[in-house]
Design a protein around this ligand. Structure first.
Ligand code: PMP
Ligand code: GLU
Length: 393
């Protein structure tokens, strides 16, 4: 047998972020004192009331299948939140599905929308998995290259330049991993007009929706009238509630799309775990003080680390408006590329970072640094990194 694995996987790469997390773990196991600034995993414990709800569910024997759409009370909590916080109205019975992770929600949405060869616009820099997921779903990713010079603005012209008769969808991610950008009202209006004029489907990954700083407001594309009937909105519990290991997310949208996503979900993962969903209900309905405390800490990390980085000669770094990453431009330092810089930082400073190239061609010349580890780790990591880069030339 010549091809024992699927040909379609030949073009799919491993997750760069997950591979780096493995690398950091094995460096530690081998005794190296590395500081990991690569990961997107909040260090906080999951809030106590969420743990308690899941524990109660286990104690009650709530350990069986649920509806494949998810628990009705969780769907209701999700649609109430969408309406209250984002101005997006969806029917909890027909227009939302609880998924095992936001990652699966994005993947199932792409599976539900794409036919072979359909093109999907993916602004870059963007999260590592979108391009690979589009390929897995049989589509053709089309990078829309953004530029640090205008703070990674997704302009009408940049979008229009990449449209073809095969363009079917666009993936948006505000607040953005890795740049920390939050789309402004005029930017979203421009995007909404282009997607409506070309009848595109929008997959909007809003997993960092709660992590915005200062006066910044996150707005959902689905709240724009031109987009409401063409947008699948994805979010989840990993980032807002420090629940990465729970694997819980959701996707909402017009019925036609949600029914298609449901087929993908029913024939792949079935549904999210029953007692896990009970934790999700507590997260959405409970006190949001823990979320505010986490955001306050990311904000302190953001300001401190931004100040540190901008003192290093040759580095330029914008202050992120949301999410929990800094994405400095290191292109003036003289490394041949961001991967070389990342390897050098492991070797010389013992700091693990994500090379910008992991986020597509638009990420080259940058590195991504996480603000999600504990304060002492962030301080140690940025101190080591800034010292090392100050002496590099
Ligand atoms: N989207 C983005 C932009 C992310 O950074 C992540 C982080 N893993 C996800 C989706 C997936 O989140 P989840 O843990 O819910 O799969
Ligand atoms: N989203 C996080 C990151 O970008 C976690 C890893 C992943 O799922 O890719 O680092």
């Amino acid at each position: 047998m010549e091809h024992r694995t699927a040909r379609k996987l030949a073009r799919v790469e491993r997750s760069a972020t997950m591979a780096l997390a493995d690398q950091a773990r094995s460096l530690r196991q081998s005794g190296r004192q590395v500081v990991n600034l690569a990961g997107g995993d909040p260090h906080f414990g999951t809030p106590a009331h969420v743990l308690e709800a899941a524990r109660d569910a286990l104690d009650e024997g709530f350990t069986h299948y649920t509806s494949s759409r998810g628990l009705p009370e969780l769907r209701k909590a999700v649609t109430d939140r969408l309406s209250r916080k984002l101005g997006v109205t969806r029917d909890p019975d027909r227009e939302v599905i609880i998924t095992p992770s936001a990652k699966h929600a994005v993947f199932a949405s792409l599976m539900a929308v794409l036919d072979p060869g359909d093109e999907v616009l993916i602004p870059t820099p963007s999260w590592v998995s979108y391009v690979q997921m589009v390929r897995l779903a049989g589509g053709q990713p089309v990078p829309v290259r953004l530029c640090a010079d205008d703070n990674f603005t997704l302009s009408r012209e940049r979008l229009q330049a990449k449209l073809t008769p095969r363009t079917k969808a666009i993936v948006l991610n505000y607040p953005t991993n890795p740049t920390g950008r939050v789309a402004s009202m005029p930017e979203l209006r421009d995007i909404a007009e282009v997607v409506a004029a070309h009848d595109l489907v929008v997959i909007s990954d809003e997993i960092y929706e709660d992590i915005v700083f200062g006066q910044t407001v996150h707005r959902s594309p689905a709240a724009f009238p031109e987009c409401a009937e063409r947008t699948l909105t994805v979010s989840g519990f990993s980032k807002s509630f420090a629940m990465t290991g729970w694997r819980l997310g959701y996707v909402s949208g017009p019925r036609e799309f949600v029914n298609a996503v449901l087929k993908v979900q029913e024939h792949s993962v079935g549904e999210a775990g029953s007692f896990i969903q009970r934790g999700g209900v507590a997260a959405l309905l409970g006190d949001d003080a823990p979320v505010r405390r986490m955001v306050e800490q990311y904000d302190r990390h953001r300001k401190w680390a931004h100040g540190m980085l901008n003192q290093v000669p040759g580095i330029e770094c914008a202050l992120p408006e949301g999410a929990f990453y800094l994405f400095p431009d290191i292109s003036a330092l003289g490394f041949s590329d961001s991967h070389t810089c990342a390897q050098w930082l492991i070797d010389k400073a013992g700091v693990v970072v994500t090379p910008g190239s992991a986020f597509g061609p638009g990420g080259e010349g940058h590195i991504r640094l996480s603000l999600a580890p504990p304060t002492a780790t962030v301080e140690a990591g940025f101190n080591r990194l800034c010292d090392a880069l100050s002496t590099f030339r």
